[in-house]
Design a binder for this molecule. Structure first.
Ligand SMILES: Cc1cc2nc3c(=O)[nH]c(=O)nc-3n(C[C@H](O)[C@H](O)[C@H](O)COP(=O)(O)O)c2cc1C
Ligand SMILES: [Mn+2]
Length: 489
């Protein structure tokens, strides 16, 4: 089953979610400014197919993932009633199946594990030929300037590739990793490899010694499920290829690169093959980033390009990051929904969670909780600060289980009314996202947890009477609903 990027674009177009821009548009600032304005329209605007990037023969696509509907189409759940949450439902079911059940024999167990039996189908499959190699550029033909790479913000250090999936392999374990990292174009044959400290791509490069080359392949397009997975906070042992296989229900077809032993999705639009000398660093940036600021220039490894392969009619996928909300807000929203059941494996007491786009996904997490014992809210804060990429959260807000963490008015109401600041705020220090600029130390700083739950349980130790919430009796509400017209309202 091929569900490549161009199939995805056709699906978007039939759903009325794609706008073609036939006018010539400059990849230097103009395309970025258009995408920024469109992605900030209510609901995320439409995907943009720039048919004529100025100075290039290759079309470029932006904002392809930038709405709930487009994200649902990308992940193949647009027909599911619960949309993105239906993926969480599948994961929850899988977790249930994987838990050992007492009192069942081995074969009974197997028969009851229909989903686990599918695991083999989710593994990537090697194939001999791929449309991503219809055209092969090697030697002097390797010119990154053939791709319509955008400069999105005026003070960026140069043009940046923004939707390339970097494939690397861990030298010790052989595990392959796929991560989405920006790549600054230094010249026709070299890129900056911006895999940040805490990410698997950086961990992999640290496994190579000074003289060794780490092969890297950067693929564009292919199944949108994999592009999403490359952004998702999967632990190092959980392969993005496998998780994408799970999401789409079949393994991704992979073809071997021309110049190294890595494999890339056979139906990619474009592939850049090359290598990184892990100790050869070069100043990269600044870059207008998802924090809403320019992230500072810093030293990152150089990626030397050895080949570029592509399909005959390749299109170039790109995004812009900047002041939220933008396209990446919807990739983040998918993560919020899909990772809830995984977080609940460690924290079953969490009912729901929300990472508002305005918090750039690292700055604010709101969780609702069924509070059962003294210090329960603080335990959840500490657990969040100790788990996966959600550890970066600068501020964790805990509300009671009946509060919808997505309702910001409700959350602000509970924070401002329930919190006694000195009693309910917990300060600590820990790792911060590399891009955080607020702390005066790199990647390290302080965090705050806010316990906005009601202090009405005996174990809360509240010394006065906690007041009751204001609610009308159900029968009164039903009555006024039934009589609403009579009131002339
Ligand atoms: C649009 C976009 C751009 C990103 N750019 C970078 C980047 O330049 N460097 C980086 O390390 N992570 C970047 N990320 C975040 C990673 O893709 C994400 O943390 C991922 O889980 C890392 O995967 P890994 O741990 O397998 O390396 C970006 C994410 C998005 C959505
Ligand atoms: Mn990974």
């Amino acid at each position: 089953m091929s569900h490549d990027f161009q199939t995805f674009l056709h699906q978007l177009e039939s759903a009325g979610e794609l706008h073609r821009v036939s006018a010539e548009v400059d990849p230097y600032l103009e395309m970025g400014a258009i995408a920024d304005r469109v992605s900030k329209q209510p609901g995320g605007g439409k995907a943009l197919l720039f048919e004529k990037p100025k100075g290039y023969s290759m079309p470029a696509v932006m904002n392809a993932y930038g709405s709930i509907k487009r994200m649902a189409i990308a992940l193949g759940v647009e027909k599911e009633e619960r949309g993105l949450d239906s993926i969480a439902d599948r994961i929850e079911k899988l977790i249930q199946e994987a838990m050992p059940k007492p009192g069942l024999g081995f074969f009974d167990k197997l028969a009851k594990l229909p989903m686990l039996a599918e695991v083999g189908n989710w593994m990537p499959k090697s194939v001999r030929k791929g449309s991503c190699q219809e055209s092969v550029l090697q030697g002097t033909e390797v010119q990154l300037s053939k791709l319509p790479v955008l400069t999105t913000w005026p003070e960026d250090g140069g043009p940046f590739i923004t939707l390339g999936l970097s494939h690397t392999r861990n030298k010790a374990t052989g595990h392959r990793n796929v991560g989405l990292y920006r790549l600054q174009v230094f010249d026709d044959r070299t890129l900056g490899f911006h895999a940040q400290l805490h990410h698997d791509g950086a961990r992999n490069r640290h496994g190579y010694d000074d003289t060794e080359k780490m092969p890297v392949a950067v693929s564009f397009g292919g199944d949108p499920n994999l592009t999403y997975c490359a952004t998702a906070p999967l632990p190092p042992f959980l392969s993005e290829l496998m998780f994408a296989g799970f999401l789409r229900g079949s393994g991704i077809e992979m073809v071997k690169c021309i110049t190294n032993d890595l494999e890339v999705p056979a139906d990619s639009e474009i592939v850049i093959e090359g290598y990184v000398n892990p100790r050869e660093l070069r100043n990269e940036g600044p870059f207008g980033d998802h924090t809403g600021y320019y992230s500072l220039a810093d030293d990152y490894p150089v990626l030397h390009v050895e080949a570029i392969t592509m399909r005959k009619n390749a299109v170039y996928p790109a995004t812009i990051v900047g002041r939220p909300p933008q396209e990446d807000a919807y990739l983040g929203l998918a993560t919020e929904r899909i990772f809830l059941p995984l977080l609940r494996m460690v924290l079953p007491e969490i009912r729901d969670m929300h990472l508002p786009a305005a918090g750039g996904f690292h700055n604010l997490v709101i969780v609702s909780l069924k509070k059962e014992y003294p210090g329960h809210a603080q335990k959840v804060m500490s657990a969040i600060w100790g788990t996966g990429q959600i550890m970066f959260s600068k501020c964790v807000v805990v509300v009671d289980e009946d509060i919808d963490p997505h309702d910001m008015n409700e959350v602000l109401f509970r924070i401002t009314s329930n919190v006694d600041p000195r009693r309910d705020m917990l300060f600590t220090d820990g790792p911060l996202d590399v891009l955080d600029h607020s702390s005066d130390r790199f990647a390290f700083g302080s965090k705050v947890g806010i316990d906005a739950t009601r202090k009405n349980k005996p174990f809360d130790g509240f010394k006065r009477e906690w007041p009751k919430d204001l609610v009308f009796p159900g029968e009164v509400l039903e009555k006024i609903t039934a009589r609403w017209k009579e009131y002339g309202l």
